[in-house]
Ligand binder design. Structure first.
Ligand SMILES: *Cc1c(COP(=O)(O)O)cnc(C)c1O
Length: 226
């Protein structure tokens, strides 16, 4: 991807995000995370030059390789993928700024134990399986509040900052919207407990997600397209 394409892709997303967020409120701020999982570190560097500062990966190994290659750039790295227990220590050592995919109480407690052993703290989001899809990770919406509270109570080194969800994997926009609304409702109930981020919306549905209250979108294919 050349600089011109990167700038055009980013400008297009920023314009759409701006429109969508202003329809919610002048004060509704949306953070854009570039998901670089299908792209090279050179493309990440090009987008960085175009102005994008936050990127995310879904595999610990890829996060390591890209963050090491781009070591000189002050990129904010996010982790958004399924996390195997035997990779937790590797992920902690990479100091990601936000782990968006804590998908069970068990994973949270294991993560917390490893953080305590290293004397570290990490910001994280609880992933919610809002559309209740078998293929997706995350806690069920009806369990989300109690799981979130239990993590707050039992995992002091895992600093929960909100929720993450992937929209329903269907064509019907009404169903996708319902899944976003489910996540937003849970988020609203967690705001008094310190939740800051409602991470939802990807390349195909981020404007809809913002309309439903998302304040963090994760865009891959549309940001990195040639
Ligand atoms: C891949 C991925 C994205 C980005 O998907 P696109 O459709 O390419 O924008 C967002 N969130 C998660 C968790 C992902 O794995």
């Amino acid at each position: 991807m050349n600089k011109k394409t990167a700038t055009r892709n980013l400008d297009d997303i920023i314009t759409r995000v701006e429109g969508a967020r202003l329809r919610v409120s002048e004060h509704h701020i949306v953070k854009v995370i570039g998901i670089s999982k299908y792209s090279s570190s050179d493309d990440v560097a090009t987008l960085y030059e175009a102005g994008q500062r936050a990127f995310g990966e879904n595999k610990v190994q890829d996060l390591r390789e890209k963050s090491e290659k781009l070591d000189e750039l002050p990129i904010e790295w996010h982790f958004v993928g399924r996390l195997q227990k035997n990779k937790i220590n590797n992920l902690i050592d990479l100091n990601p700024s936000l782990v968006q995919s804590i998908d069970s109480l068990e994973l949270a407690q294991e993560f917390n134990k490893k953080l305590e052993a290293k004397g570290k703290k990490i910001n994280a989001l609880l992933q919610i399986n809002s559309a209740k899809e078998d293929t997706k990770a995350g806690v069920m919406p009806e369990d989300a509040l109690s799981t979130y509270k239990e993590i707050l109570d039992t995992c002091p080194n895992l600093k929960l900052k909100g929720v993450m969800s992937i929209g329903a994997h269907v064509e019907d926009e009404k169903i996708i919207k319902e899944s976003f609304k489910t996540t937003k409702k849970i988020f609203d109930e967690l705001v008094p407990l310190g939740a800051k981020y409602c991470s939802m919306g990807m390349s195909s549905d981020y404007e809809l997600a913002i309309a439903c209250g998302s304040n963090m979108i994760r865009v891959g294919s549309t940001l990195f397209k040639d």
